[in-house]
Design a binder for this molecule. Structure first.
Ligand code: ZN
Length: 260
């Protein structure tokens, strides 16, 4: 039987039998896959260390009847410190839910894999980073690499890039200056098509942070700071942006928020 070697991050687990679970794994090579973890919850299983939630592991798999089965496994990184803090654990669950949603079955996605690993690493190890910053930056960058990259360079209508107030047009993935927004709103009022548009006022620092989030190198994308008030605005814009494009919420997000 054909053996497949992959490196993957366990993003979800569903317990089935007494010692079994089904794993959702995102991989560089094959995108999202379902892996049958028969017996892996037993302390005697040699696959137990590599098959825990949030573990990044190498697997040798064989495929049968639509499922992958584990022939061999080795843990690469467990992101152990995520498990020491309930808020971090809850946030990691949400980030992994988003990654699982964005990953396509059978289609490799190196950028998404790298983003998710970098973010879990930062969440586990960079103690000075605010969770709200990690969450928001992941949301915007993830949306951006998965086909929803907003145009933040200049006003989408008049091309003005500075000396203006800018607004995020969430549904259309663009920014508008105050003058153009007034015109757009006027037109919206005349042609009421029942669509609720979301326009969010951005400060120059928040807009710069959003541009940085999208265009910075993958391993540096969390390396920015904002004053507390502006971090709140940044967090709110990034969350609205992602959820609007995914078009649904997440239980893991509700749970994370219930802890705050
Ligand atoms: Zn404009």
């Amino acid at each position: 039987m054909e053996q497949i070697r992959v490196r993957g991050l366990v993003v979800r687990e569903t317990q089935t039998g007494e010692y079994d679970k089904i794993l959702t794994v995102i991989t560089e090579e094959m995108g999202r896959i379902s892996v049958s973890g028969k017996g892996v919850r037993s302390l005697k299983s040699k696959h137990m260390p590599a098959t825990q939630l949030f573990c990044y592991s190498s697997f040798v798999l064989r495929k049968s009847h639509g499922y992958f089965y584990i022939s061999d496994s080795a843990l690469i990184e467990s992101f152990f410190d995520l498990r020491l803090d309930l808020n971090k654990l809850a946030l990691a669950s949400y980030l992994c839910d988003v990654a699982a949603e964005m990953a396509v079955e059978g289609v490799g996605d190196e950028e998404l894999m790298q983003l998710t690993l970098n973010t879990l690493y930062a969440l586990a190890n960079r103690k000075q980073l605010a969770l709200s910053q990690v969450k928001a930056a992941f949301e915007l960058r993830c949306a951006s690499i998965e086909g929803f990259r907003p145009n933040l360079a200049a006003c989408d209508m008049c091309n003005a890039a500075e000396n203006k107030k800018f607004y995020m047009d969430v549904m259309n993935g663009r920014i508008l200056c105050g003058d153009c927004l007034r015109n757009v709103r006027h037109t919206d009022d005349l042609v009421d098509d029942g669509t609720a548009h979301i326009y969010l006022r951005l400060t120059p620092a928040v807009l710069a942070a959003m541009q940085y989030t999208i265009h910075s190198p993958a391993n540096r994308y969390l390396s920015f700071t904002l004053p507390e008030d502006e971090m709140k605005l940044y967090a709110s814009v990034c969350e609205k942006y992602l959820l609007n494009h995914i078009e649904h919420g997440f239980y893991s997000l509700e749970f994370y928020k219930s802890l705050l």
